[in-house]
Design a protein around this ligand. Structure first.
Ligand SMILES: C[S@@+](CC[C@H](N)C(=O)[O-])C[C@H]1O[C@@H](n2cnc3c(N)ncnc32)[C@H](O)[C@@H]1O
Length: 243
């Protein structure tokens, strides 16, 4: 199929700090004809909030239009798919006017990003491109100074919605483990780490790069704590091949 004109960019804005995005991302955001972002039903867009400094650049396209996409997050995949279908149709109509559209993505667009579902729907008809962003895992490593991997170490990335068995296996098979979406699952995750004797190997990070960022190195202090969705657990080993 011949692709119609218009380019759909997934632009990574990083984990939260407004200055932790690339120069390429800032330029793409400032120059876009159309700025697209997910907004919650209360009118807040995390992606747009993180991109606020890029949007304040003097070289921002004065004719830039904005297209908020309101998504009702749900575990019901049918409902989510319908919303992505609708959003993709609307974006496609705009792209057909030969626009450069930038979709703001928290972190990196292709790392658990909602951009993936839009790209999947649009790429047959439109050119899709990506500006990578700093992931939450890289930010967690930087904030704590904990290396993710070195020499022949391996790193597993799991959603905390994984089963106990999957998490236990990953703890055993990989040197390091990043557990995303950790906050709501904390009591179960802490229990698993304790059972495996790995409680002392973990660090918990909430809302990295935001004003209310919280880092906890002593996981025993988190007993009974339920954290926000934007949080993760990084588990490494005490003995590492540093020398
Ligand atoms: C749908 S995934 C998006 C990942 C994102 N695209 C990235 O590159 O990091 C959402 C999960 O990423 C992690 N995350 C994203 N931003 C974060 C932040 N600022 N602080 C802590 N965790 C974060 C959390 O585990 C959250 O549940």
């Amino acid at each position: 199929m011949t692709k119609v004109r218009g380019t759909f960019w997934g632009v990574g804005v990083g984990p939260g700090a407004p200055d932790l995005l690339t120069l390429r991302a800032a330029r793409a955001i400032a120059s876009a004809d159309l700025l697209i972002y997910i907004q919650n039903p209360r009118g807040f867009s995390l992606g747009r909030h993180i991109a606020r400094e890029a949007l304040a650049l003097p070289e921002r396209n004065p004719n830039q239009a904005e297209l908020p996409i309101v998504l009702n997050m749900s575990k019901d995949r049918t409902l989510i798919n319908e919303q992505y279908d609708q959003a993709a149709d609307t974006i496609s109509q705009h792209l057909s006017q030969n626009l450069t559209a930038v979709f703001l993505c928290e972190g990196d667009p292709l790392f658990f990003g909602s951009f993936i579902y839009l790209q999947n729907r649009l790429q047959k008809k439109h050119r899709c491109r990506v500006v990578p962003g700093i992931t939450s895992i890289n930010a967690a490593s930087a904030e704590t100074g904990i290396p993710l991997t070195l020499i022949d170490e391996s790193l597993a990335v799991l959603s905390s919605r994984s089963s106990d068995n999957e998490i236990e296996q990953a703890l055993q098979q990989f040197h390091s483990l990043a557990l995303l979406k950790a906050g709501p699952h904390l009591p179960r995750l802490l229990e698993l780490l304790e059972k495996k004797g790995r409680l002392a190997d973990g660090v918990y990070l909430e809302r990295i790069g935001h004003d209310d960022q919280h880092i906890e190195y002593d996981l025993t202090k988190l007993q009974g704590h339920i954290g926000p969705y934007f949080s993760l657990l990084l588990v490494t080993r005490q003995e590492r091949p540093l020398r």
